[in-house]
Design a protein around this ligand. Structure first.
Ligand code: IMP
Ligand code: MG
Length: 362
């Protein structure tokens, strides 16, 4: 059984949080594209966990985590990430599997990407140059270099992840595939050329894992959307705020700084046309709407729908709400509007940082 979680905007929708919440019910969590450009933040019992290359599943002891051949891996960054999480008490023994066929990000890739950081705002993690070499048949695969002294720490984790996942699925185990970035950064469907260098939609999951299409029969694709829009880096953003004080306030309340680069995120309203496009491409059946609590600092909230902006009164939250029944009617109206205008079911809403503040919609 396979399900998928993907982002529906420009990344940073809170996929990590949703994946963490859902992964309690899965045996495997799998990253199938991208690399250390991603930054997934999860708060558990007051502790902050940030993953970049690693799937968010590593935080759950019941879950085994996989990085597939669809990803690009910076061995030094990955070792740093594993070490930091080990220091927080996470045990990786027999729980982490990395594809021998993942493409290596080299020092040269990092150096080449340094300029892109300044010119158009790449994360500078070497993602574009590494994928370019992969598709130019010049890539280095992890399995080819992992016996080298300095990569030793990764050695026990390297394997054939396609075979591993294939066998797991055949045994009836439950697999959750976790997207990084999002559809508007997708190399084909995003705001090209202001995109990342991998496919970021659910449609790439079969290729990025190597699992055959029939295994995706009945797959539920959960799309994660933030209650407003943010974007990092250069490129089109139709609903971006023009008002600087609004930008600053919402950015502070929402903590909208890049988890990977620390850069301030650009801020704007929710864009229904963009969201419908994202839902169409990914075949979204379920929506998870995150960070609804952040909007409670405003009096009026807008959504762009067609050429119009539709206004909604804001809501107040106590911070103790853990059930749908307890949420204010204004918040429910906002959620119901998004649901009806995208023709999807909203299955979860986020009203705070903690696991308990992710509420299932009844
Ligand atoms: P690259 O992935 O570093 O090549 O960057 C390409 C574009 O995608 C830049 O605008 C980045 O800011 C953006 N980007 C890449 N990864 C993420 C992410 O995980 N969240 C948000 N934006 C991202
Ligand atoms: Mg992020």
């Amino acid at each position: 059984m396979i399900d998928i979680v993907v982002g529906l905007q420009w990344g940073d929708e809170g996929k990590g949080k949703i994946t963490d919440y859902m992964s309690e019910d899965y045996d495997w969590v799998v990253r199938y594209q991208g690399g250390s450009n991603a930054g997934h933040t999860v708060y558990v019992d007051g502790k902050k966990y940030v993953t970049h290359s690693l799937p968010t599943g590593v935080i759950r002891p019941n879950v085994r985590s996989v990085i597939t051949h669809g990803c690009v891996v910076d061995p030094y960054e990955l070792i740093k990430e594993i070490t930091a999480l080990e220091e927080m008490g996470i045990d990786f023994t027999n729980r982490l599997f990395i594809s021998k066929d993942a493409t290596v990000i080299t020092h040269s890739h990092l150096a080449q990407d340094e300029a892109n950081k300044k010119t158009w705002g790449s994360t500078g993690k070497g993602i574009g140059p590494a994928y370019r070499d992969k598709y130019d048949s010049k890539g280095i695969r992890l399995g080819d270099v992992v016996t080298e002294q300095s990569y030793r720490k990764l050695f026990p984790f390297i394997t054939d992840t396609r075979e591993l996942l294939y066998d797991a699925e055949r045994r009836g185990e439950r697999i959750l595939i976790e997207g990084a970035q999002a559809v508007m950064l997708d190399v084909d469907f995003g705001t090209y050329p202001y995109v990342t260098s991998s496919p970021c939609t659910a449609n790439y999951a079969p290729q990025g894992t190597g699992l055959p299409l029939y295994m995706f029969n009945g797959c539920v694709v959960t799309g994660v959307v933030k209650a407003y829009t943010t974007r990092i880096g250069t490129g089109p953003f139709p609903t971006e705020f023009q008002d600087e004080s609004l930008t600053d306030m919402l950015r502070e309340v929402g903590g909208e700084y890049g988890a990977t680069t620390g850069r301030p995120r650009r801020m704007g309203w929710l864009d229904m046309d963009q969201l419908r496009y994202a839902c169409e491409i990914n075949g979204i059946t379920n929506l998870a709407i995150t960070k609804l609590d952040v909007l409670s600092c405003l009096d009026t909230i807008s959504i762009k729908d067609g050429q119009e902006y539709v206004n909604f009164p804001s809501w107040k939250l106590t911070g103790n709400e853990t059930h749908w029944d307890e949420l204010p009617s204004e918040l429910k109206d906002y959620v119901n509007y998004i649901s009806s205008r995208t023709d999807t079911t909203v299955s979860m809403v986020g009203v705070g940082q903690n696991r308990e503040q992710l509420i299932c919609v009844e």
